[in-house]
Design a protein around this ligand. Structure first.
Ligand code: ZN
Length: 332
């Protein structure tokens, strides 16, 4: 691994590599960004480049004793400590261990590196223990906190960290990673990338799950049959979606992609822009059935529902409204 293997995070990577090269690595970083965009890879690379015995320009050599020990995830190096939630939370006991270990000098490397994955999931006491260490860190210690929700990390902890933002990757970057690293075909890679919300992790999980294809079929069938559904059926659909909250975002995105594809075709855009490239004929059916204005109205309802859900609106109510709106937009 090198810094260049972390895709789509040029700002974060440049900042970290330059800090290592210049010997100006902060005592504590908070890597903030959505899941599956490279935060953990970057933390591991930082640990490697800090402890590499032959690093050059902030880049670990990949071949020395330290680099070899740090090649695994989680790393097996006496001076690199990785903490992640045990169950739902990072527990007091885990942070007590960090407190004990961090004040012992590094045995093999120059730095003791503590990586805390899921920093928003510390209970109050774990948080306070971490805060104590961050207030008086030993000179050789470096902390990397990772979070998908910076607002959930204790403000007193955040204030002691340099924040590094990790952004969602552009879909074409996610698709490229899927093709290169997982050997996924171009059409599928493009579909999963579009559904992933910019997260390589999410895209890989989808690629590994046959369920995704089934949910794409469901989204298509729902859109095609929408005009004929009565109110009871629409509300039943909303209830079914609410029941599987963890799949909701994916279902909505899947629905949005079908609508977007159909809208593009209705407006005679080139076929290469269509995400469901293996199902062009189906996207054309939707385009013919609802036409540009109908599809546009459906996409707007979808965007409104997603906005409401992001603002923590009542999920069931937002979905009821969405399904009823989609149905109205589906009328000729
Ligand atoms: Zn090395």
């Amino acid at each position: 691994m090198t810094w260049s293997a972390i895709r789509g995070q040029r700002l974060a990577v440049d900042l970290l590599r330059r800090a290592v090269a210049g010997g100006r690595v902060a005592h504590a970083y908070l890597f903030a960004g959505p899941p599956g965009v490279g935060k953990r890879l970057a933390a591991a690379e930082l640990a490697r480049s800090l402890n590499c015995l032959a690093s050059e320009a902030g880049e670990a050599c990949g071949a020395c004793r330290s680099c070899l020990k740090l090649a695994a995830d989680p790393p097996v190096h006496p001076d690199v400590i990785v903490v992640e939630p045990d169950g739902r939370l990072i527990k007091t006991e885990q942070m007590r261990r960090v407190q004990n270990e961090v004040y012992a000098r590094p045995t093999e490397g120059r730095f003791k590196v503590v990586i805390i994955d899921g920093a928003e999931r510390m209970n109050a006491e774990s948080g306070n223990r971490l805060l104590k260490v961050l207030e008086e860190p030993p000179a050789y210690a470096r902390f990397v906190l990772l979070t998908t929700n910076a607002a959930g990390v204790l403000p007193t902890i955040v204030s002691r960290c340099q924040i590094v933002h990790f952004s969602p990757l552009p879909p074409e970057e996610v698709a490229a990673v899927l093709q290169e690293k997982a050997g996924i075909g171009a059409e599928e890679a493009c579909l999963f990338a579009s559904l992933s919300g910019g997260s390589v992790g999410a895209a890989l999980a989808m690629a590994a799950s046959p369920e995704v294809g089934r949910r794409r079929d469901e989204a298509f069938d729902l859109l095609l049959g929408l005009g004929e559904m009565d109110d009871a059926a629409l509300l039943e659909q909303a209830a079914a979606w609410e029941k599987e909250k963890e799949l909701l975002e994916e279902r909505l995105e899947m629905t949005a992609l079908w609508l977007r594809d159909a809208l593009l075709l209705a407006r005679e855009a080139p076929e290469r822009l269509v995400v469901n490239a293996d199902r062009i004929a189906d996207a054309r059916r939707l385009a013919r059935r609802y036409g540009g204005p109908g599809l546009m109205a459906m996409l707007e309802s979808l965007a409104a529902a997603r906005g409401a859900l992001l603002r923590n609106a009542n999920t069931r109510l937002a979905l009821d409204v969405l399904l009823l709106d989609l149905h109205s937009a589906a009328q000729p």
